[in-house]
Design a protein around this ligand. Structure first.
Ligand SMILES: Nc1ncnc2c1ncn2[C@@H]1O[C@H](COP(=O)(O)OP(=O)(O)OP(=O)(O)O)[C@@H](O)[C@H]1O
Length: 678
């Protein structure tokens, strides 16, 4: 997992001179815009507040120093420079200083970033602690106001706690019960009911969500059941059903649309954007997903790589954003959340989103390794769509830079991958605060038990659309070749291939480890062969540059680890080379799926050594499903592995009765347990 998201790496926000727009020249207090609304700072003198004692003076902001205010008098942008001379010392109750500093100092960093003042916590003299604010008058005033608000927040909360002390005492007794042994234990049913009630009260204050934007085209409505069945069969055997119980009262599953117009005829601006992409027709997953999502239903989309899943959930999201009753500038936060397992996939989705301009909708991409303060700045200006990796999303929500309560359309993209990467706790945290009446979409390449569990927890009567068989399947547009060799023969075979590449060929070489990727890319450079590399040890800027170089053709060889195995969309990629067989068979499918996308064809070349025999059986299934040639060596390898397992189980059965274990690569959710069949 070392290659994947380290989503908690933090850049501490340095002092960043915020840009304020004033409404009028003169001493208007600083303001900050969010979605066209004005959040006004205050020069309010707060010495009448019992919590406060002020001492010291602030030098005139017109004094010399490294900050100076520059009014243009026309209410335009003011450029601030910090005046080091301005200082103000305030005193706060010592028992509340922790709230100003925050966990790991994150709060005081945010206070400095938001106010543009320097904040230094001094010594406590028992009940009070001195806090020195340095900067312009406005910055100091803003910082003081923010600290005051923090304290005030504390007060009402404190007041509520104080007021409820009695009944909270009784209430806490209410959450206990005596069990059959006479012990006092927590009454979880009562506690959960109380929590749900508190959450319910929060959500009841929110505006209702408008979800149903679909007007079925008469031609689609007129399709007979047989016509629909035949269409689905002819389009990769699409299977559509309610994932869980098809309860009475649930709507009939909508028929698939066959053209873009049948889906979006009532949204001409969307059609205009689609026409710009020069697509010929919807992909199968799009044909079926669009009527479902435009109707406001929750949906699980399981389809092969490169089949247009991103657009399948994106276009309905754009219509959902524009279709809500509350004007966008009055919403407390973004409307759509798209969670992705890796920063590369998040960036990929953001690029896809930016191809479609609709009603001025704005998106932001939040991922670990990205510029945190820049991301906060963009969020503060107001966005409609947040594309994020779970760790960075939770970081900004916890730091109160992002309000999750307003998300009404959620997408968990590559949900199986997020679970494989151990993101389930982060996903739970991300969705914990999101309103339960939201619309939720999940995409996945497979349907392992973990994804099913996630769907049961976070979706409402979802409709499942499966394009192709549930069994793990590589795209049928890729010719999959297998090469059997010894470990030491891999490099010579690789360089032999690269030396004979066609100038128009574009190839990704997948390595099992970062160290191998570094070694191979170094060897290629030494041989004068231009390449780029993509793995966890490269910083974010380099990783994005590597992808861009491949996309714009500056290089045509990318040496990568599995951080690049999903979602990366390089249009004219002709080859995928698996120098090392992946640890999980799902990654084989995702790697191969980097080529042969959007209806194009591609070639994959996989180096297999005797150590990979644990994956032989699963690989055979994938090759057979895609009507590929299955080499005899692979069949023999699978037989030998099965024989070994039987022998080992027998030996263990005679010994401890334990179960035999698969070899390398026989694992992965694909290899685990019985798969749900339709
Ligand atoms: N209807 C369409 N016709 C042709 N190309 C399309 C269509 N829809 C999307 N595409 C293009 O196909 C490529 C793959 O789309 P996308 O990345 O959404 O696939 P995906 O299923 O999400 O792949 P992955 O599983 O690898 O993430 C993109 O370049 C996209 O612009």
């Amino acid at each position: 997992m070392a290659d994947f998201e380290d989503d908690w790496n933090e850049e501490s926000p340095t002092n960043f001179a915020p840009t304020f727009q004033s409404n009028a020249a003169g001493a208007a207090p600083p303001t900050r815009q969010y979605r066209g609304r004005t959040f006004r700072g205050s020069n309010r003198n707060s010495n009448n507040d019992s919590n406060w004692r002020e001492r010291g003076n602030t030098s005139n902001s017109s004094g010399s120093g490294d900050y100076r205010r520059n009014y243009d008098g026309a209410g335009g942008r003011r450029d601030f420079k910090r005046d080091a001379g301005n200082k103000k010392v305030i005193y706060v109750p010592s028992n509340k200083v922790g709230r100003i500093i925050g966990k790991g100092g994150i709060k005081i960093k945010d206070l400095q970033f938001e106010s543009d003042a320097r904040i230094k916590v001094g010594d406590s003299n028992g009940n009070e602690t001195d806090v020195t604010l340095t900067g312009t008058d406005d910055a100091i005033s803003k910082a003081q106001q923010m600290i005051e608000k923090l304290i005030e927040d504390f007060k009402p909360q404190e007041k509520e706690e104080h007021d409820n002390k009695e009944d909270s005492g009784t209430r806490s007794k209410e959450f206990f019960k005596i069990n059959e042994n006479g012990d006092q234990v927590i009454d979880w049913d009562k506690l959960n009911a109380y929590h749900n009630q508190v959450q319910q009260n929060r959500y009841e204050k929110l505006p209702p969500i408008v979800k149903d934007f679909y007007k079925e085209d008469p031609a689609i409505a007129a399709m007979s059941d047989d016509e629909v069945k035949r269409w689905r069969l002819e389009n990769y055997d699409i299977q559509v059903k309610r994932t869980f119980e098809d309860k009475p009262g649930l709507r009939k599953i909508p028929n698939p649309v066959l053209t873009f117009e049948q889906a979006f005829q009532h949204y001409p601006d969307i059609l205009t954007e689609i026409y710009k992409q020069d697509f010929k027709s919807p992909s199968p997953i799009q044909s079926q997903a669009w009527p479902i999502l435009l109707s406001g239903e929750d949906m699980i989309g399981i389809a092969q790589t490169g089949t247009g899943k991103t657009l399948a959930f994106l276009l309905p999201a754009l219509i959902h954003i524009d279709g809500q009753t509350v004007p966008r500038e009055e919403r407390e936060g973004p409307t759509v959340l798209i969670l992705a397992p890796t920063r590369e996939l998040a960036i990929q989705i953001d690029k896809e989103v930016s191809k479609y301009q609709y009603k001025g909708i704005k998106s932001v991409c939040l991922y670990g390794g990205g510029d945190r303060k820049e991301q906060i700045k963009v969020v503060a200006k107001g966005v409609d769509i947040v594309i994020a990796t779970p760790g960075r999303l939770n970081d900004l929500v916890l730091a109160r830079h992002l309000n999750a309560i307003n998300f009404s359309y959620i997408v968990l993209d590559e949900a199986d991958r997020m679970l494989d990467m151990g993101f389930e706790p982060q996903i739970k945290k991300s969705l914990f605060d999101v309103r339960p009446d939201r619309q939720t979409v999940m995409t996945s390449a497979t349907w392992p038990p973990g994804v099913r569990r996630l769907a049961e927890s976070y979706m409402k009567d979802p409709i499942q659309v499966n394009v192709g068989s549930l069994d793990l399947a590589a795209v049928h547009t890729v010719t999959q070749k297998i090469l059997f060799l010894e470990e030491d023969d891999k490099e010579p075979a690789l360089f032999e291939f690269l030396n004979n590449m066609d100038p128009n060929d574009k190839v990704i070489i997948f390595c099992g480890k970062k160290a191998t990727a570094v070694h191979i890319s170094t060897e290629l450079c030494v041989k004068g062969i231009e390449c780029q590399s993509l793995h966890g040890d490269r910083d974010q800027t380099d990783r994005e540059a590597a992808l861009n170089d491949m996309v714009d053709g500056s290089v045509n060889i990318l040496v990568a680890t599995d951080v690049a195995s999903r979602g990366i969309d390089i249009k004219d990629l002709t080859h995928v080379i698996n120098l090392d067989f992946p640890r999980h068979i799902e990654e084989y499918v995702h790697r191969v799926g980097r080529t042969g996308r959007a209806g194009k064809t591609g070639i994959s070349l996989t180096f297999v050594t005797r150590q990979d025999w644990g994956s032989a059986k699963e690989l055979i299934k994938i090759l057979e499903e895609a009507n590929q040639e299955v080499p005899d060596e692979l069949l023999q390898m699978a037989s030998r592995f099965e024989a070994m397992k039987l022998r080992r189980d027998k030996e263990r059965g005679e010994g401890s009765g334990g179960r035999g274990r698969g070899g390398r690569g026989g694992g992965g959710s694909y290899g685990r347990g019985r798969r749900d069949r339709w």
